[in-house]
Design a protein around this ligand. Structure first.
Ligand code: SF4
Ligand code: SF4
Length: 364
């Protein structure tokens, strides 16, 4: 991929990426900048030794995309980081935790290697789930194992609007960690198998709660493998549509909240705000309306827990200045932020948007 080296060489040293990178924000000395990450490509291509800081810098990225968004010469910084990680993995140089999590996804079907028998613990008798339907709901790992209330509120809302989706009995991890870690051959094979399974069920529309699942299956599979033969839709988009059509009738909640945005769908940040406005909830912006990563993805959480946690705390500390509730629409942001607050004995009142919507529409 000399092409990526050519693009990295176009850096004009403007340092714009430095200011938006959450890793650089919480670490001193500007040693972990996005510019520095792409600057190591030639050494990695040549199989040369990296200093400890240079090596860590490659894995000190959530691949949130904030740097891509501001680079004036359009260097695909996150793509270069992904490629560097691919090369390091092939050279047997990736961090052991990254290798282990990738193995868990491929062999045990979740990043944490959780018990597959517990994946559907969120399914309660009151939820109307079809045996077969052309609409399927995929909870995803973080909802299934950490936040069952998101799936339960979602199905209740869909049921209220007359939609009875099926679930995927062989639901798999979407594999976003493999994508971020540069395990591109593995994700292509994993994605192909998963899409074939979903297509074999006759699914025409796959509803997902997680922005990571949405981006991976809809966009990354298409880039790295092939496009799915079914539509992939985010549940927040469905909720917006159902509110607009009058199929969900909200009651005003009269609250003020802060909102934690989700990097993979930062271009859709207007949708959760629309939903909250519609249910009588005022939104206070945390970072002037700009998306700032939670610090969890891309291997940051397992490999650099302190830095990853410091990034999560930026939103936690800020929301407490303006509101008593932090609303999320990403189950992984929520899982990560909650874990960090628990470790640090920090109070947190965080709710997923589906739970607030269920409160408004169903009075739950
Ligand atoms: S993707 Fe995000 S975390 Fe990674 S280098 Fe760019 S701004 Fe920093
Ligand atoms: S924003 Fe782009 S051009 Fe500017 S320093 Fe970063 S990588 Fe280089």
């Amino acid at each position: 991929m000399d092409e990526l080296q050519g693009l990295a060489d176009q850096c004009i040293d403007c340092k714009k990426c430095w200011d938006v990178c959450p890793v650089n924000m919480v670490t001193a000395g500007d040693i972990y900048t996005p510019q520095g990450k792409i600057g190591s490509l030639s050494k990695i291509l040549a199989g040369e030794e990296l200093t400890e800081n240079e090596f860590n810098n490659i894995y000190l990225s959530t691949r949130c995309g904030a740097c891509d968004d501001v680079c004036p010469v359009d260097i695909p910084i996150t793509q270069i980081i992904q490629y560097e990680r691919k090369l390091l993995a092939e050279q047997g140089r990736e961090p052991a935790k990254t290798t282990l999590i990738s193995k868990n996804i491929l062999e045990k079907n979740s990043p944490g290697g959780k018990d597959p028998a517990l994946r559907f613990s969120w399914v309660t008798p009151d939820l109307e789930i079809a045996e077969s339907s052309d609409v399927a709901y995929m909870a995803g790992c973080w909802v299934a194992y950490s936040h069952p209330e998101i799936a339960q509120s979602t199905i209740r809302l869909l049921n209220k609007a007359g939609i009875k989706p099926m679930i995927l009995k062989e639901e798999k991890c979407c594999g976003i960690f493999l994508i971020d870690s540069g395990h591109l051959d593995e994700i292509a094979a994993h994605g192909e198998r998963y899409m074939e399974y979903i297509e074999s069920l006759g699914v025409k529309k796959l509803l997902v709660s997680c922005p990571g699942c949405y981006h991976s299956i809809r966009d990354s599979y298409a880039e790295l493998c092939r496009a799915p033969k079914f539509e992939v839709e985010l549940t927040i988009n469905v909720f917006k549509e159902l509110l607009d059509e009058g199929k969900l009738k909200p009651k005003e909640l009269n609250r003020i909240v802060a909102i934690r945005d989700a990097c993979p769908i930062r271009h859709l940040a207007g949708v959760p705000r629309y939903i909250l406005r519609t249910i009588g909830v005022e939104v206070i912006e945390l970072f002037d309306g700009k998306t700032r990563c939670c610090g969890g993805p891309g291997g940051l959480k397992p490999n650099f827990p302190q830095i990853s946690g410091d990034i999560a705390m930026m939103a936690v500390n800020r929301y407490k200045e303006v509101s008593d509730t932090l609303v999320s629409y990403c189950p992984f942001c929520m899982h990560h932020t909650e874990g960090v607050c628990k470790e640090r004995n920090a109070e947190l009142n965080m709710k997923d948007i589906s739970v607030l919507l269920a409160e408004s529409v169903l009075g739950e």
